[in-house]
Design a protein around this ligand. Structure first.
Ligand SMILES: [Zn+2]
Length: 390
């Protein structure tokens, strides 16, 4: 097994957690990215910093193996975390990085500063173990918790072009997740004609179209669920109206001209987002009401076969390091891996320390032993991927 600096990876996770790099204005990712960059330079790496937005850099280091031609593996982590929320819900300092009862506590401990630290220390361990073919691209990206501008910037800069596989270090409780659910967020604007409530015959009421649309959305969900049976790791397709806006409480005697419905669609492989958006538009229009559908977020589902080298290498490494059979799972939301796979063309797999459901909660934690174990799995996965020892 490749020797990983166990104390180092845990201490580095603590140092990252102590930086409140929350995804909101005024804090941002800069200080966490600085720390990552500094550690890379201490090791003699030559990271490149991309200012995606002010105080929101991506840090990317390419570590050449010096062992001849070979593939390029990408390790991906994000430097931002969600906000700590209501402090009274926490029993520890969210930015204390405290270790107690074998757990490292704090915002981002699981999602995903431990995973990010593990990618760095795994790469360093492999480098110290001797030459290897190909190279590893170690990436600390910004804004995974927002619009994923870091991952989109990475792809638009052409940095994905030479990557053969990516391991995304999100907390998945040790599961190997080569599939992820898709997310499509739509805004439907219905426009009718304003009129006095006493003379509705002169207007066109978009609120009645809202009713038709809501009933139609339920039917559309049923139809999609029937046509695309529940995925073994991702479950069902959902079409959920979440926001409704129309009219004014101060003017109960007025038929409003416009109404808006926001829809949150969660998809599984095989469901085309364009088709769903078109169907929603068709449901909404008619009866003198025009409908305009805007796509707010479009993150297609990820469906990388388990036979792909990056998944196979990770599974073999998990087996070799832990002595346990790998468990396959799915990502319930989307990650930077969605962007890397769909827009960057990189087969990606998600695997990292920390529980699946602990992310974004108060008293977030990660088991210390899991961080070290994961760094070892990453190092072994990289070795196997790059030497094609699957
Ligand atoms: Zn995350």
């Amino acid at each position: 097994m490749i020797e990983v600096d166990a104390d180092g990876v845990v201490e580095f996770t603590q140092a990252l957690v102590r930086i409140p790099s929350t995804n909101d204005p005024g804090r941002r990712e800069r200080a966490a990215a600085d720390l990552v960059e500094a550690r890379m330079r201490e090791w003699g790496w030559d990271p490149v910093r991309y200012e995606v937005e002010p105080d929101r850099p991506n840090v990317v280091a390419v570590v050449e193996g010096g062992g001849g031609d070979g593939p390029t593996l990408m390790f991906e982590g994000h430097t931002d975390v969600v906000t700590e929320g209501d402090l009274s819900a926490w029993t520890v300092d969210p930015f204390g990085g405290e270790i107690r009862d074998g757990r490292l506590w704090g915002r981002g401990s699981a999602d995903m500063k431990s995973g990010l630290a593990a990618t760095l220390y795994a790469t360093r361990a492999l480098q110290l173990a001797g030459p290897f073919p190909g190279r590893i691209k170690v990436c600390a990206l910004a804004d995974e918790e927002g619009l994923m501008i870091g991952a989109h910037h990475f792809v638009s800069e052409g940095l994905a072009a030479d990557v053969d596989g990516a391991i995304v270090a999100e907390p998945e409780a040790g599961e190997i997740c080569a599939v992820a659910k898709g997310a499509l967020r739509l805004r439907v604007d219905l426009t009718g004609k304003m009129a006095h409530g006493a003379m509705p015959q002169h207007g066109r009421n978009p609120l009645q179209a809202v009713g038709t649309l809501l009933v139609g959305l339920r039917a559309l969900q049923e139809e999609l669920q029937e046509r695309h049976p529940a995925h073994e790791h991702l479950g069902e397709v959902y079409v959920t109206p979440t926001v409704l806006r129309a009219g004014s409480e101060e003017q109960v005697n007025v038929i409003p001209a416009v109404a808006s419905v926001f829809v949150d669609v969660r998809t599984i492989p095989g469901v085309e987002h364009k088709t769903v958006a078109d169907r929603v538009a068709a449901l909404a229009a008619g009866d003198g009401i025009t409908a305009e559908v805007s796509v707010l977020v479009d993150r297609p589902p990820v469906d990388v076969p388990v036979s792909d080298p990056v998944v196979a290498a990770l599974a073999a490494a998990h087996r070799a390091v832990t002595g346990e059979e790998p468990v396959y799972g799915g990502v319930p939301g989307s990650t930077d891996g969605t962007v890397l796979t769909h827009w960057g063309g990189i087969p990606s797999v998600v695997y990292g320390p920390g529980g699946k459901w602990i992310a974004h909660q108060a008293d977030e934690f990660v088991e210390v032993a899991e961080i070290v174990r994961c760094a070892r799995v990453f190092a072994e996965a990289a070795r196997r991927f790059l030497t094609r020892d699957l």
